[in-house]
Design a protein around this ligand. Structure first.
Ligand SMILES: Cc1cc2nc3c(=O)[nH]c(=O)nc-3n(C[C@H](O)[C@H](O)[C@H](O)COP(=O)(O)OP(=O)(O)OC[C@H]3O[C@@H](n4cnc5c(N)ncnc54)[C@H](O)[C@@H]3O)c2cc1C
Length: 403
């Protein structure tokens, strides 16, 4: 059977399984943290999570022994496509925080058998949420300046210091943290990556309240916190290599140029027609917006095709490389451009925050637009990605971030 035919067969069986197992009450619900599940859908949401976990579709490309389904990336893409068609979604990567998308893939590469057995299943089922303690008040783009210290203390490391912008730290069970284990080494050499449970005396979190009222990030404090030595990921003092890989996985997970909301959305072209209107030929009435909309759609299509090509060239394995920086920046530009353009299309209706004068779609777009500002910062800023591209892809000399 050809690869294409096998994929179509897989598509048919996926569709049948989804039709049988995806609770209809959840159709089109957002993919937020616990979905936008209210009391009436909570039980269905949990049933759906469990069914996905049992099927190994929380992290479908992981091996079965680690809670995945052991399928290829093209097959996993088919699952996503079929879910999209029926308003279904996979909440597990969201529920696992930084687990499925970042810590997990890095663990698969650097972890010991014991670490894989201990941590991966909890991520793949969405039962264990992970946060990532990398940034510190004095170490963002220049991450190697971090000063959180981990001292050798028998079977454990003793951690002291502060992390910041730790997404979901207050609701996570585990944290992957970058810490200094040798203060005398050159700054990138004395760093290690440790995994530690958040529920312990030495760890406390303080949510950072944003202008929107939400607090998805925390300041995270380690005061004699403990990490088991068996939870050191990769060799001691070689955490810089581990985190570079992890950040590539983070960028890889950020290459899809979608907005922050989930569920079924009105197509962009339809929004344009609804708000701007059409001329007698059926074309968008405003010539300038028509050109910019077309340019955006072409960029978006080109980005999608490039992601597919890079995936295909890697023979179905999503090879994580410096190219992830290019794709992250291009995804950022498209997502931010789309939100900006949608606002313009909507005119004064595109700036609503609350109230009956605005539809859910209009309010959601304002949130997308504001959230979009963060995309060019998290996972390494736009400018820092450009530095990586110039050094690692174009081979230009490095003139910043020495150390
Ligand atoms: C939504 C969100 C979620 C986040 N989640 C987490 C998390 O879970 N865990 C975690 O550890 N961190 C997290 N972060 C922090 C994030 O990694 C940092 O914000 C990011 O690395 C930038 O660091 P900074 O904020 O200190 O900015 P800075 O490093 O101070 O940068 C400020 C500006 O200077 C520019 N700049 C800095 N250095 C250079 C350079 N060498 N060349 C050119 N320009 C430069 C930057 O591009 C930026 O515009 C999150 C951030 C956001 C916005």
């Amino acid at each position: 059977m050809s690869q294409q035919a096998a994929l179509e067969e897989f598509r048919a069986s996926t569709k049948a399984w989804l039709e049988e197992n995806f609770p209809k009450s959840l159709v089109g619900r957002a993919m937020g943290l616990e979905g936008d599940a209210d009391e009436s859908t909570k039980a269905d949401f949990e049933l759906w999570r469990q069914r996905l976990a049992d099927k190994g579709w929380g992290a479908p490309t992981w091996a079965v022994e680690f809670g995945g389904a052991g399928i290829s990336h093209p097959e996993a893409k088919v699952i996503g496509q079929e879910m999209g068609k029926m308003g279904a979604f996979n909440p597990i990567p969201m529920m696992a925080g930084m687990g499925v998308t970042m810590v997990g893939p890095t663990l698969l590469e650097y972890g010991t058998d014991e670490q894989k057995a201990k941590h991966l299943r909890g991520m793949a089922s969405g039962e264990t949420r992970w946060c990532l303690g990398l940034s510190e008040p004095g170490a963002g783009s220049d991450l190697a300046s971090l000063i959180t210290k981990a001292e050798d203390d028998g079977d454990t490391f003793k951690l002291n210091g502060q992390k910041t912008w730790t997404s979901g730290a207050d609701i996570s069970q585990w944290c992957g943290a970058l810490v200094r284990t040798d203060s005398n080494a050159k700054k990138r050499d004395g760093i290690s990556f440790v995994m530690l449970p958040m529920d312990q005396e030495g760890v406390s979190t303080k949510p950072i309240r944003l202008i929107s009222g939400a607090s998805p990030f925390c300041d995270t404090f380690f005061d004699d916190a403990r990490a088991e030595k068996s939870d050191l990921l990769g060799p001691l003092n070689e955490g810089w290599s581990v985190v570079k890989r992890l950040l590539q996985h983070e960028r890889q997970s950020q290459t899809q140029a979608s907005g922050s909301g989930g569920g079924k959305k009105t197509p962009f072209q339809q929004i344009a027609k609804d708000y701007v209107g059409v001329d007698e030929t059926g074309a968008l009435a405003d010539g300038d917006l028509r050109v910019r909309l077309t340019n955006h759609l072409m960029d978006s299509e080109a980005h999608g095709l490039t992601v597919s090509r890079i995936t295909a060239e890697a023979r179905g394995k999503v090879e994580v490389s410096a190219a992830a920086s290019i794709l992250k920046n291009s995804a950022t530009k498209i997502a931010q451009g789309k939100a900006e353009l949608t606002m313009e299309l909507m005119g004064s209706q595109g700036v609503g925050w609350e109230g009956d004068n605005y539809t859910k779609q209009e309010i959601d777009n304002v949130k997308d637009w504001l959230w979009g500002k963060a995309i060019s910062i998290y996972g390494g800023s736009f400018e820092v990605q450009n530095n990586i591209i110039s050094k690692n892809i174009l081979g230009l000399p490095e003139n910043t971030q020495k150390g």
